[in-house]
Design a protein around this ligand. Structure first.
Ligand code: FAD
Ligand code: FES
Length: 320
């Protein structure tokens, strides 16, 4: 978390798709078998790209609306070339030399449209594990995980790591509407006008024994309001010792800024997972700067999100 990031041991792997499921209207879970994947911890990410560069006849065959829909396509290459894209590791399982990682993504553009076409057994390029992990703070036995949209995947894996470390986590998960929640629900959320009680209603978080509070902006599921409001409401009606609690957040930048500001006002230690466009992911291209507070002659400095981040203490960030 200092200016001297721990270098990660990463490699470029040819990974086979072993599972690929649609989870909700726009989110998919992709499972990749990455042989000899290095040591990795929650918060770290991978850079994904096709193994082959599209040829002109591939572009001609691309029909435009096939990607991201249920329409079958035989293409293993995308319609257009693109730089690798970063995806948080949403889960990791090792069996001997095999290592399976989960990525949860939302279809928004060229790379994720290509990913939505991937079939079982197809191979793609995976560079990783990259970046710094969320710190696990043993002195703080309580944690809140506050996430929205594609910020949820790293929190799923973090929930598992916190439970294994004996830290009691509660997840607060927000979305604009029920249909865009990338989670399976084993039951209705608690009646939660005040977001008072977290329950084991999300199948994925329940596997990590982590209760959740769900919020939707339109009130179609759980607490009506955004996830920052749900977090504020929950802490208002429950007695929480801030000095023994840590907050982790990942999601849209405005949401993380709201969480960070509330944590600063309420004296919670808070860590965020920053998102930047990352052309290389390994500190070479300088495309991913984040502005941090600094003790130097200027009171700010640039950090590379890919190597010094993507996890930062929220108190370090100068929001733009
Ligand atoms: C460390 C890190 C971890 C990340 N983890 C994940 C992850 O777990 N899952 C995931 O889906 N993405 C994740 N991303 C974002 C991912 O790298 C891609 O930027 C994103 O999926 C869009 O790629 P694309 O090529 O499909 O869209 P592009 O063609 O690059 O973008 C198309 C349009 O969509 C907009 N857009 C980009 N991202 C989003 C978004 N999330 N929601 C709405 N609009 C968007 C862009 O501004 C642009 O206007 C992560 C990024 C970083 C840096
Ligand atoms: S993505 Fe290239 S330096 Fe960070």
């Amino acid at each position: 978390m200092s200016g001297q990031p721990k270098p990660s041991t990463f490699q470029l792997t040819s990974a086979a798709v072993t599972n690929h499921q649609r989870i909700c209207r726009e989110h998919y879970r992709l499972t990749l078998n990455c042989p000899d994947f290095g040591d990795a911890r929650p918060g770290q990410f991978v850079q994904l790209s096709p193994e082959t560069i599209p040829q002109l006849d591939d572009c001609d065959r691309h029909t435009g609306d096939g990607y991201g829909s249920d329409q079958e396509t035989s293409l293993s290459t995308p319609a257009l070339p693109f730089l690798p894209r970063a995806f948080s590791i949403g889960g990791l399982r090792r069996r001997g030399a095999n290592c399976e990682i989960d990525v949860i993504y939302r279809v928004v553009g060229v790379a994720t449209e290509w990913m939505a076409t991937l079939r079982l057994g197809q191979h793609i390029s995976v560079l990783g594990p990259l970046g710094q992990a969320f710190p696990i703070i043993q002195e703080k036995p309580k944690a809140f995980l506050v996430g929205g949209g594609v910020g949820i995947p790293p929190l799923l894996w973090l929930a598992e790591a916190l439970t294994n470390a004996g830290i009691a986590a509660t997840a607060l998960i927000g979305s604009t509407t029920k249909e865009l929640l990338p989670l399976e629900h084993a039951g209705n959320p608690a009646p939660c006008e005040q977001a008072a009680e977290a329950r084991l209603t999300s199948t994925e978080f329940a596997q990590a024994n982590t209760p959740v509070i769900i919020s939707t902006d339109d009130g179609s599921f759980g607490f009506k309001g955004n996830v920052v409001e749900a977090f504020q409401a929950h802490t208002r009606v429950n007695s929480i010792d801030q000095s023994r609690t840590v907050v982790y957040t990942c999601g849209p930048e405005r949401m993380m800024q709201g969480v960070s500001e509330f944590c600063a006002q309420s004296n919670y230690e808070c860590y965020i997972c920053m998102e930047r466009s990352m052309a290389c992911g390994v500190g070479t291209c300088q495309s991913c700067v984040v502005t941090l507070r600094s003790q130097g002659p200027r009171n700010w400095r640039y950090a590379l999100c890919c190597t010094e981040g993507p996890i930062f203490a929220s108190s370090q960030i100068i929001w733009e």
